[in-house]
Design a protein around this ligand. Sequence first.
Ligand code: A5P
Length: 223
Amino acid sequence: MQVNLKKLAAEKAVEYIEDGMIVGLGTGSTAYWAIKKIGEKVKEGFKIKAVASSRESEDIAKESGISIIPFSEIESIDITIDGADEVDSEHNLIKGGGGALLREKILAYNSKKFVVVIDESKLVGTLGRFPLPVEITPFAHDFTLKHLNEAGCVATFRKKDSKDYITDNGNLIADCKFNQITNPAQINAQLYAIPGVVETGLFLNTMVDSIIAGYANQTIAVL
Ligand code: A5P
C-alpha cells in the first residue's frame, strides 16, 4: 500500500496542538490532512478554535466540526500548520501554489509557532524551480507585470478555466519563474518595492519554526 507522505507529515504536526489553543489552518493538499486530523480530535473532545487561510480551508474545517472564529476575537494564534511548494536548505519557502499566500503569510506572521508540513519532493537546494506566486492588485496589473519581469523572472498571470485566477482577496496572481532564487530576502524586498504587489509567496526562514517532512521510506523528519 502506498503511504501518503503529506498525510504522514500533517498528522505529526497536529501532535503539537494542545487543548485550548487557537490554531491557524493552512491551505492545500497537505494542510487538508492536518485539518481532517484536528477535526477528529475535536470530535474526541479536544477544545480548540481556529482561523483559516482560505475560504476552501474554512469550509473543510466547518465540515470537520472545527469552530472558526473571527480575527477580532483573538490577539494571536498559538500555532499554524501549513504546506509549502518548495523549502530550501536554509528553510526559506515558496508558497502560494494554491493561491492563498497573502492570508497564509498573515497567519504565519501572527503565529507563535509556524509549522510547515511537506513531503520530501518539496525539499530543494535553492528555491526557484517552482514559479514564485505574487499577489497583485487588478488595478494597472499590466504595469505591475512589466516590473515583475524586470526583476529577473518570466511573470505570467495565473489562469483558471481560461479566465484570470482571482484570489479570496479579489486580487490576481502573477507566477514568476526565476529558475534560481539564490538570495530570497533580496528578491522579496525587490518585489515588495513594486507598487501593485500586495504580497509575495516567499516566506523567509525567520518566519518558520519547524518543518516536518514525510519521506518515501515512511519516516518523518522534523527539520
Ligand atoms: C497554498 O496557497 C499554498 O501555499 C500551499 O501551502 C502550497 O501550495 C502547498 O500545497 P500542497 O500541500 O497542496 O502541495
